[in-house]
Design a protein around this ligand. Structure first.
Ligand SMILES: Cc1cc2nc3c(=O)[nH]c(=O)nc-3n(C[C@H](O)[C@H](O)[C@H](O)COP(=O)(O)OP(=O)(O)OC[C@H]3O[C@@H](n4cnc5c(N)ncnc54)[C@H](O)[C@@H]3O)c2cc1C
Length: 458
């Protein structure tokens, strides 16, 4: 329960309109996009400048109030659930793209800026910001950095960590910390931007970033490849990578997802297919043509039927199928649990087989799609959290999915983070020593464990 005197201080800092404490205003901040138990915070504060952030942090620190930084709340790991109550710091008013630098190819942006807006501003200047999470029209750059968000272009262009050049943040004492900068090379002190990537809000409140930009690729070409056997589709992925071609995008949809998307959208997907691969290559026209033809040959050799997108409309159809996969699956049942276990690419077909047998073992509906080129699959369990018996089977299936991924030298999360959803599995992947190291780092900086407590199990 928040003291009235503290509430008054918060209101003095950010103004009455940016400080919410009534139950009806707090409910929306008790959950995020993960299927986890909600918890109501004591107060939500929306700062409008960096000084206000610093002042709020200092009060939380003095008063021992947990502080949960929140962007758009689209994370899929329970990362913004205020498990100990406290203060939610909403970053959405700090949403400016401050600079697009065409000479040195970087952007400066505030942490609450929407990912899509940065990509658009870069494009207007003939430049390219590649990280494109499916949520990019809503997610904030702060959330992207804190979760190391990826997207469809991860295979060729990497993920958020590959673009973060600099960061500014406050630690839990309100100290201003900055790391990285505007130069391509930088060997000055610790790699602080690297430390803040995937930090899930437990080390500091980030408010400004410098991101690398790229020249826009000259051209691109897409194809849709139809398979009667998903294992052949997975083998195609490994063969493409092994032939030393890096498509910009290499996505997979399984049979259940194809049928569900087609039913909802009627865009003309082949409903008798066992799997689809959606492939795009980009770059210089001559290289694009050569890579495209090589990929086509590999697909045909592995029994794929290739449909080339000859115009913008056909290209749109291909990518609409992928973009709508999650929302179409979500129409089937009231609860959708989207996982992101990731394996080395050569183990993709083993992981697909494992997911199929887990789905049969627990009699669950699992649609699988994802970034096949990164070995990053999204087995999506369709269920109803009110059905206690089914939820027990769902929990066991999730345990088995992670067990299978780790056995294949994979990881618990390719892009959604650990949060509270996967914290119980973390030690299995990284070991006791690593957990201890993370705890020492965290408690050294935040001895009272106020910054986003209990996330990642620390
Ligand atoms: C439909 C849908 C599609 C998605 N597709 C993808 C995808 O393709 N790829 C992908 O990687 N993810 C995807 N996600 C997950 C999610 O969108 C990403 O994790 C995104 O980066 C979260 O951004 P956010 O602004 O919503 O962050 P939030 O959910 O608000 O916060 C996420 C974490 O970041 C911390 N945080 C937020 N801002 C700051 C800050 N300024 N300083 C310090 N810590 C901060 C929070 O405390 C929390 O731990 C998807 C989610 C949905 C719902």
């Amino acid at each position: 329960m928040l003291k009235q005197s503290v509430l008054r201080k918060f209101k003095e800092i950010v103004g009455e309109l940016n400080c919410w404490h009534k139950l009806e205003d707090l409910i929306s901040y008790s959950y995020d996009a993960a299927v986890e138990e909600p918890k109501i915070p004591d107060v939500v504060i929306r700062p409008n400048n960096y000084e206000q952030i610093c002042e709020v942090i200092k009060i939380c620190s003095e008063e021992g109030i947990p502080l949960i930084t929140r962007g758009a709340g689209t994370n899929l790991s329970g990362g913004t659930i205020p498990v100990r109550g406290g203060c939610v710091l909403l970053m959405t008013a700090l949403n400016k793209i401050l600079e697009i630098n065409r000479e040195d190819l970087y952007a400066v942006a505030q942490a609450g800026a929407i990912t899509f807006n940065l990509a658009q501003e870069a494009e207007k200047n003939g430049l390219f910001y590649p990280p494109d999470p499916g949520s990019m029209k809503y997610s904030t750059l702060g959330g992207n950095v804190a979760e190391n968000a990826g997207g469809l272009r991860g295979l060729k262009y990497g993920v958020t960590k590959d673009y973060l050049m600099g960061v500014k943040f406050f630690d839990m004492e309100g100290n201003f910390v900055t790391g990285g900068g505007k130069t391509v090379k930088l060997a000055t002190g610790f790699n602080i931007p690297g430390l803040m990537v995937s930090s899930e809000g437990v080390l500091g409140v980030m408010f400004e970033f410098i991101f690398k930009l790229l020249p826009k690729p000259h051209t691109s070409k897409s194809m849709l490849v139809i398979y009667k056997d998903i294992i052949k589709a997975s083998e195609t992925v490994s063969n493409i990578i092994a032939s030393k071609i890096l498509p910009a995008t290499l996505e997979l949809l399984d049979a259940f997802t194809i049928r569900t998307v087609e039913e909802a959208t009627k865009i003309g997907l082949p409903t008798d297919a066992d799997a689809l691969l959606l492939i795009e290559v980009d770059g210089h026209p001559a290289v694009v043509e050569e890579d495209f033809n090589k990929i086509k040959e590999i697909c045909i050799r592995l029994d794929g039927t290739v449909e080339v997108a000859d115009n913008a409309q056909q290209k749109d159809k291909i990518w609409e199928a992928r973009r709508k996969a999650l929302s179409c699956l979500a129409r089937i049942k009231p609860t959708v649990i989207l996982e992101d276990a990731t394996v080395p690419r050569s183990k993709l077909s083993d992981m697909m087989k494992a997911i199929r047998s887990i789905s049969a073992k627990y009699n669950l509906t699992i649609g699988t799609f994802g970034h096949a080129g990164d070995g990053n699959l999204h087995p999506t369990i369709l269920t109803d959290r009110r059905d206690k018996d089914e939820m027990e089977r769902v929990k066991k299936a999730i345990d088995d999915i992670f067990e299978a991924a780790l056995k294949l030298d994979g990881t618990l999360s390719g892009e959604h983070g650990i949060g509270i959803a996967k914290s119980k599995y973390l030690e299995k992947e990284v070991g006791k020593g690593t957990i201890l190291f993370m705890k020492k780092l965290k408690y050294g900086l935040d001895p009272k464990n106020l910054l986003n407590p209990y996330k990642m199990g620390i």
